[in-house]
Ligand binder design. Sequence first.
Ligand SMILES: Cc1cc2nc3c(=O)[nH]c(=O)nc-3n(C[C@H](O)[C@H](O)[C@H](O)COP(=O)(O)OP(=O)(O)OC[C@H]3O[C@@H](n4cnc5c(N)ncnc54)[C@H](O)[C@@H]3O)c2cc1C
Length: 393
Amino acid sequence: MTGPKTIVIGGGLIGLSIARALTERGASDVLVLERHSLASGGTGKSSGIVRAHYGVPSIAAMAWRSQPYFEQLGDAVGFRQVGYTVIVGEENVEPLTANTAMHQGLGIDVDLIDTTRLAELWPMMNVDDVALASYEPRGGFADATQLALHFGQVARDNGAKVRQHTAITRILTNGDNVTGVELEGGEVLEADQVIVAAGWWSAKLLADLGIDFPVEAYRSELMIVDAGEPLPNLPVVSDLVSLQYCRLEGPGQFLVGNSDHADFAKKFVDPDNYSNIAAEASIEKYAEKLMHRFPGFPDPSVTHTYAGVYDVPPDWNPVIAPVGGVDGLILCAGFAGHGFKISPAVGDLVADLLLEGHSTDPDIPASDFRLERFAEGKPLNSLHPYVGAGEMR
Ligand SMILES: Cc1cc2nc3c(=O)[nH]c(=O)nc-3n(C[C@H](O)[C@H](O)[C@H](O)COP(=O)(O)OP(=O)(O)OC[C@H]3O[C@@H](n4cnc5c(N)ncnc54)[C@H](O)[C@@H]3O)c2cc1C
């Protein structure tokens, strides 16, 4: 007997992880459709940071459930287990302490550390304005494209089909049931289930069905810095004092991302047409913040910059749920800057929803990720938000 026909729209990390999870659990008829090449959307720009530090317990739990994937896949996905630190000033000691306690309650391997220990882990760091840090020894970073392609390979090995350069123009329904999709050029593909994992572009496909998915396309700039000499294995840093994040990028190079989202609305862009280099004024600002934090870099210089686009819902958290009262239609998008590290668990949750009808993990209640939460005014917010860095969550 064959199971339901499932179409996944979008060949990024999320769509491919869903195809992997479904086929690993026996789904036999899964087709992923990607309008360009696999991993060519937000996935291809990801900084690939692996950590479980979130203020929303279900997201922290998803990150922690995903951790073994990185550890088992290791080199195959470029995983570097260099550790991960969050550093805060006095104003954020309380939320950091509360979040860390919440994480420990979820079984996450994390501890608070003082600045003496931080300076040992990070010899080139200026810790003068740091009051406290948390440290996840099992965190680090990996390569998002490699992980997406790995998911795609596993899905194909398990019988899924992947069709690239195939754009969907419309999701088709009949009454309250999804029936398939229409492709550019008019071809119709039938399906019993359609999973929309098309990042920001999901909103347009749903709008045509009268379903409102509130999501903004938010441009985020990255800078690659040459430190001047080979660097040792330094932990990833989420710097909530200077509002930046940094990680190694090969020997002697450093990737720096901006986490100052104060002028959020000024950075909305067309995700199909945006500037792919950082503005001069931004580079100066990032360089100043970087030199303040890491005065020990021997001879730093900026090698190049680029930019990516986050798909950001009002509470910076994803929708992973049936939508619009249409049987067989699932939305899985809105991962903002966080979808990489939780992508393994997201695939598993969608497989749960489709195969069991509910989440099988008590720490990951499916109700957290309903679309209706926006209209109901019940956003999924951090339990212990950071002053000046709310989106860190
Ligand atoms: C600059 C940057 C840094 C980031 N850093 C991190 C990080 O350090 N850690 C972390 O956890 N996360 C990070 N993220 C977030 C993470 O990379 C994303 O959440 C994740 O890659 C999103 O995957 P996705 O599959 O939902 O979306 P995408 O990768 O955007 O995939 C959606 C796909 O759908 C396709 N598509 C769209 N419309 C159609 C259509 N009509 N028909 C067919 N296909 C369609 C697109 O072409 C695209 O390939 C970062 C993101 C960015 C942009």
